[in-house]
Ligand binder design. Structure first.
Ligand code: LMR
Length: 337
């Protein structure tokens, strides 16, 4: 090859390599859209925000997390579809919203299953709980972490002291057959409804009551339209942080490892703060003076437990008896189950 031609070709190759390397540096960051349905001053709202900040700090210009709170991008019902279509990359739905994808996850909706959030934590960190994170891989959904919110309380436009007080009342429930059944056992009328619609439904009387954590009740102003809140602690609201598996597995290895490490740190902080955030929200509701807060005696609480308990049997086959056993063991064991 004549010298000049060879020189020209080498030069061209050099230029291509240079352009490619400049291109790599100037590449737009990978954008992770993280959509959720709650307010920013809640455990999940803060967790999503914290995740975005940590990613900004540790992955600089390579990844950017955009958080869309309060159903501002997608509400319940639409967010999972958006994840599967690749329109968002991360979500943290309440564990009550997975029944179509993994029947076992319905476990978490069983009333009076866990004594407290520490027991929930032990179960989630154990083998069975960790296994559930992988239970939707065939549907292209990968669970990455569990985030706590807290125990559910019952609110209504009527004082609820014992199960029969709930008879005939309409209660909003999340999209969960277990929760639907739970209210039917009380001879109440459950209505499945998106979180974003709850306040208005309570205000206009479409429903008379609902169940949620203190932080969700307060941040959605539900207490302003619910004169009674029974501190029942009858179930939990917790989250699974999930991603589109193809998206996550397609990330460069170093980036994915760093995102995993960030999630571990953020999860620890979210789970440490969740209890306090709920206690603060409860106090804010007490201070607002809008609602009477009803405490249950141990005997009354037992009545609620007995009334809701038949739900367990109805869902045992779908959920799996072993999983229910493992969850129950977490109440008494001091180590992950
Ligand atoms: C609800 O729908 O009641 C909650 O689970 C919303 C949430 O994400 O906390």
């Amino acid at each position: 090859m004549p010298f000049l031609t060879r020189h020209f070709l080498l030069g061209t190759a050099g230029c291509v390599a240079l352009v490619a390397s400049i291109g790599a540096h100037a590449q737009d960051p990978i954008v992770i859209k993280f959509s959720h349905v709650v307010a920013e001053n809640t455990p999940k709202g803060q967790g999503a925000q914290l995740f975005a900040e940590e990613v900004e700090e540790r992955l600089g210009d390579r990844v950017r997390v955009e958080v869309y709170p309060n159903s501002s991008l997608y509400g319940d019902g639409k967010e999972m579809e958006a994840l599967l279509l690749g329109d968002v990359q991360m979500l943290a739905p309440s564990l009550a919203k997975f029944e179509q994808y993994s029947p076992s996850i319905q476990l978490y909706d069983l009333p009076f299953l866990f004594d407290d959030i520490e027991a929930v934590d032990r179960f989630q960190q154990g083998e069975a709980g960790q296994g559930l994170l992988d239970s939707m891989q065939e549907r292209n959904i990968q669970g990455l972490a569990y985030w706590h919110n807290g125990m559910k309380q019952l609110s209504a436009n009527k004082a609820l002291h014992e199960p029969r007080d709930a008879r005939g009342l309409k209660f909003r429930v999340q999209a969960s057959d277990v929760l639907d059944e739970q209210f039917k056992e009380l001879r109440a009328v459950p209505r499945k409804m998106s979180f974003g619609e709850v306040y208005q439904a309570l205000q206009t009387g479409v429903v008379n009551g609902q169940e949620n954590t203190w932080s969700n009740i307060y941040s959605q102003k539900m207490h302003e339209v619910q004169p009674y809140i029974t501190e029942s602690n009858h179930g939990i609201i917790d989250y699974m942080v999930i991603t589109n598996a193809d998206f996550w597995n397609g990330l460069p290895d170093d980036l994915r490892s760093e995102l995993d490490a960030i999630l571990v740190d953020v999860t620890q902080q979210v789970n440490q703060q969740a209890f306090d955030l709920n206690q603060q929200a409860k106090q804010a509701i007490v201070d607002a003076g809008t609602s009477e807060i009803i405490q249950l005696s141990p005997e009354e609480r037992e009545e609620w437990r007995e009334a809701m308990r038949p739900v367990w049997e109805n869902f045992e086959d779908e959920i799996g008896a072993d999983l229910i056993d493992a969850a129950e063991n977490a109440n008494t064991s001091s180590t992950p189950q």
